[in-house]
Design a protein around this ligand. Structure first.
Ligand SMILES: Cc1cc2nc3c(=O)[nH]c(=O)nc-3n(C[C@H](O)[C@H](O)[C@H](O)COP(=O)(O)O)c2cc1C
Length: 200
């Protein structure tokens, strides 16, 4: 069975983000995939890297090891989070810092001290990002430059060797009615179906 990692970063269990993640998980299961699901706030993921972990990859945190083992096996990665200040929530930034480490998610060629071109190590065939926001799409492009696209597509997933990437932003959430939110959930399911279709 192929496994997909699904990471949710939102503190409120009845949020739109939580509903998107639930749709993603149920669509994957319906299509025949196993799911490594983590609600980072609910499981109390610690986003703070400490000095020992930073310099020696020395951590006694079993949850961290579980995240790293799963991401190194995952056939796909799906992350769900709100746009907070043009960035992921801090808990998810900490997940990136601690989980996607050198020699776990990427490496450098022999003799390269880390200044050269990285080699991605993640085996995932595709990475999908689902975001929610309160900024109209045109203003996000024109005024803020949509930093989340660059962060996830280039700074993180291409760096780690995952070059098939798609991201969908739902908004404006603050103005949305129930029918619109149901339509967004349908769109999320369709994007999952596109990249992770039903297995034989
Ligand atoms: C700390 C914080 C920062 C936010 N920053 C932004 C932002 O930079 N751009 C934006 O469009 N919305 C921003 N928002 C609004 C959220 O994106 C919005 O509330 C969320 O996407 C709605 O989804 P939810 O109902 O699942 O929480 C921010 C909200 C919070 C709480």
């Amino acid at each position: 069975m192929q496994y997909i990692s699904v990471i949710l970063a939102h503190p409120y269990t009845h949020s739109l983000n939580a509903a998107i993640a639930a749709t993603v998980v149920s669509t994957l299961e319906k299509n025949g995939y196993g799911v490594y699901f983590h609600d980072l706030y609910q499981e109390g993921f610690n986003p703070l890297i400490n000095g020992q972990e930073l310099v020696a990859d020395d951590s006694s945190d079993p949850l961290l090891r579980q995240h790293q083992e799963e991401i190194c096996r995952a056939h796909g990665i799906i992350i769900v989070h709100p746009n907070w200040w043009g960035q992921p929530p801090a808990i998810l930034k900490g997940w990136v810092d601690r989980v996607l480490r050198e020699n776990t998610a990427y490496t450098f060629p022999t003799g390269d001290n880390g200044g050269g071109l990285p080699t991605g190590l993640l085996p995932a065939k595709a990475a999908l990002i689902f975001n929610t926001s309160n900024t109209p799409a045109q203003r996000e492009q024109d005024v803020f430059g949509d930093p989340l696209e660059r962060i996830w597509k280039d700074c993180i997933f291409a760096f780690c060797g995952v070059h098939t990437f798609e991201r969908l932003t739902f908004g404006v959430v603050a103005d949305s009615d129930e029918a619109t939110r149901q339509h967004w959930l349908q769109q999320a399911a369709e994007m999952v179906n596109k990249h992770f279709p039903a297995t034989a």
